[in-house]
Design a protein. Structure first.
Length: 231
């Protein structure tokens, strides 16, 4: 019974913060990256590490194409499935549970491969190398990654067989204004709402700790969109 109550409280906190709604603040940069792409008629797109699908749904709106959303997190995929039903997009977005380390698609299956915030798990260079085979000739790879050593990454784009079309940075200031500051404000509101609930306050303390990690080293959270074409 205690475990069930903990899950209920955890769900209530998650719903109160609603990180998907915060993440949607950054969809303007997904749109900015998409505008760089050559015009394609109903492209086939693979979204690697799609999570609960905020960029995935944005891609569906932008492209009028067919999208495969891939992730290992079943809870996130279940959340995406619910959203697809609500948005009427279930016929255009296929959900696949799988690992970016072991993709089971045919060679040259996709016009576009898109990944936001996930390539660091496999490594920038390794991802570029492994995923290239799944792109059609002149196919597009869009990577949104932590800034890191940007010059090294730009060199790896070329060495891995791509032509860089554009790259642009989302600064730590933007991340604060668009994501972390609204997140912190929601945490503070929920603290007041649950002031007499130790379990809720414990969950909110963990949320605040993540925000404090950003405050301690904001530059680490700056990120870059790389838009490249398979040579």
């Amino acid at each position: 019974m205690g475990l069930d109550l903990h899950r209920l409280m955890s769900n209530e906190i998650d719903n109160g913060i609603n990180k998907d709604s915060l993440r949607r603040h950054l969809c303007k940069y997904t749109r900015e990256a998409f505008q760089v792409l050559p015009q394609l008629d109903k492209p086939r797109i693979l979204d690697i590490g799609c999570g609960s699908g905020v960029p995935t749904i944005e891609l569906a709106r932008l492209s009028n194409g067919e999208i495969v959303g891939l992730d290992v997190d079943q809870c996130a995929l279940d959340s995406l499935a619910r959203k697809l039903d609500e948005e009427g997009l279930a016929d255009r977005i296929q959900i696949v549970k799988g690992s970016m380390f072991d993709l089971h698609f045919g060679e040259e299956s996709f016009d576009i491969i898109w990944t936001e915030g996930s390539i660091s798990r496999i490594g920038f260079k390794r991802g570029l190398e492994k995923w290239r085979q799944f792109l059609k000739t002149n196919g597009i790879l869009v990577v949104h990654d932590e800034k890191g050593d940007i010059n090294q990454k730009l060199q790896q784009v070329v060495s891995c067989g791509y032509e860089l079309l554009k790259h642009f940075t989302i600064s730590s200031d933007i991340w604060w204004v668009e994501y972390y500051d609204p997140w912190e404000k929601r945490v503070q509101e929920l603290r007041e709402e649950h002031a007499d609930n130790p379990e809720a306050l414990g969950l909110l303390k963990k949320e605040q700790q993540e925000i404090e990690m950003f405050k301690d080293n904001p530059e680490r959270y700056a990120s870059v969109f790389f838009i490249m074409r398979k040579r």
